[in-house]
Design a protein around this ligand. Structure first.
Ligand SMILES: Cc1cc2nc3c(=O)[nH]c(=O)nc-3n(C[C@H](O)[C@H](O)[C@H](O)COP(=O)(O)OP(=O)(O)OC[C@H]3O[C@@H](n4cnc5c(N)ncnc54)[C@H](O)[C@@H]3O)c2cc1C
Length: 302
């Protein structure tokens, strides 16, 4: 029996073969994967992970696909999406437990209603809690790790384990989970600050206003393509290199924010990578600075 049939017989969540990954990334790019699986709950996820590991079947975990660029040839193996099956939240005073599939936007709205502050500046980031922790997502002075207390994972031996924040390293758009490639984040615990709802709502409006002014929203993309180099802004460097509006196929450097590569229609992964290499080359030539992608490219090094 093929691994696909065997997995299909073991799990309970949504299981699709040859699913186009362009349907599951905000870039709208990516070829088919062998299997696309959305676990029904944590037990279903554990079952799938242990099966795939034992059979040495390549697999990758995704949330909303808002920081991902998949190859045009897709992914050979199983893409596991942490979505509705991992969306339970529990509120106990200012302490909140959140499933990895919970989306940031509705979570922040709920926190505001309960007068809990500390994550409101992340409004507008279109990802899940799992993806945000993995990336240490942040905006306008706040990061997802600020109010974090612990993270629950399935570790490399298939066990569920709770890791306290002091044992996790977080840096700018980086968390230790990026090195622990076998681990999958299943939930997280936060402790927020009490703050009046009116103040949090004002803050959210301000952030939304700022975002609208500086970020393109008319074309698919994955947010900032490159990380900001120490003491510099990637967008400003790309702009000063004269690359706004630069195009390869359907991939274009946004006129609104030069660190946004957008899909203006029919862009392929190869278009985006050729354009990003051109940007890296020009910025290196002009400023002797190497830009590192923030977007996760799968498979790496493509
Ligand atoms: C319009 C737009 C604006 C954005 N603005 C911002 C911003 O202001 N700040 C910012 O930081 N980012 C921003 N982003 C990028 C992106 O939204 C964030 O990085 C987000 O946190 C990614 O979450 P996700 O669920 O979409 O993760 P995905 O894109 O699905 O995955 C990202 C990475 O996390 C891994 N991963 C996902 N879930 C898990 C899990 N449960 N366990 C283990 N690994 C996992 C994946 O394998 C992948 O390597 C923006 C993107 C867009 C499209």
């Amino acid at each position: 029996m093929s691994w696909k049939n065997e997995l299909a017989g073991r799990v309970r969540g949504r299981f699709r073969e040859d699913e186009l990954l362009s349907r599951h990334t905000t870039f709208r790019i990516g070829g088919p994967c062998d299997v696309f699986f959305e676990p029904k709950d944590v037990d279903d996820l554990v079952e799938a992970v242990n099966f795939l590991r034992n059979g040495r079947v390549p697999h990758i975990f995704v949330g909303q696909g808002s920081n991902l660029l998949f190859a045009d040839s897709g992914y050979r193996g199983c893409v596991i999406r942490l979505g509705t099956g991992l969306r339970k939240s529990k509120l106990k005073g200012v302490r909140v437990e959140v499933g990895a599939g919970v989306l940031l936007h509705p979570l922040i709205r709920a926190l505001v209603e309960k007068e809990m502050g500390g994550m409101e500046s992340l409004v507008g980031i279109p990802g899940t809690i799992g993806g945000a922790i993995y990336m240490n997502a942040g905006a306008w002075g706040q990061s997802v790790s600020d109010k974090l207390h612990w993270v629950e994972v399935i570790d490399g031996s298939g066990e569920i384990r709770r890791v306290q924040k002091e044992n996790i390293i977080f840096k700018y758009r980086w968390s230790l989970f990026q090195d622990l490639t076998e681990w999958v984040i299943i939930s997280a615990g936060f402790e927020f600050d009490h703050a009046p709802a009116s103040l949090l709502k004002d803050r959210i409006e301000e952030v939304n206003r700022k975002r609208k002014g500086v970020q393109p929203s008319d074309y698919p993309g994955a947010g900032s393509f490159f990380k900001n180099p120490k003491g510099n802004s990637a967008g400003a460097l790309i702009d000063r290199a004269g690359l706004k509006g630069e195009r390869v196929g359907g991939a274009v450097v946004s006129d609104i924010h030069a660190n946004f590569i957008v899909n203006c229609g029919g862009a392929t992964c190869s278009d985006v990578l050729t354009l990003s290499e051109k940007i890296q080359k020009e910025v290196m030539k002009k400023f002797r600075i190497r830009l590192e992608p923030e977007v996760r490219i799968i498979p790496p090094g493509k």
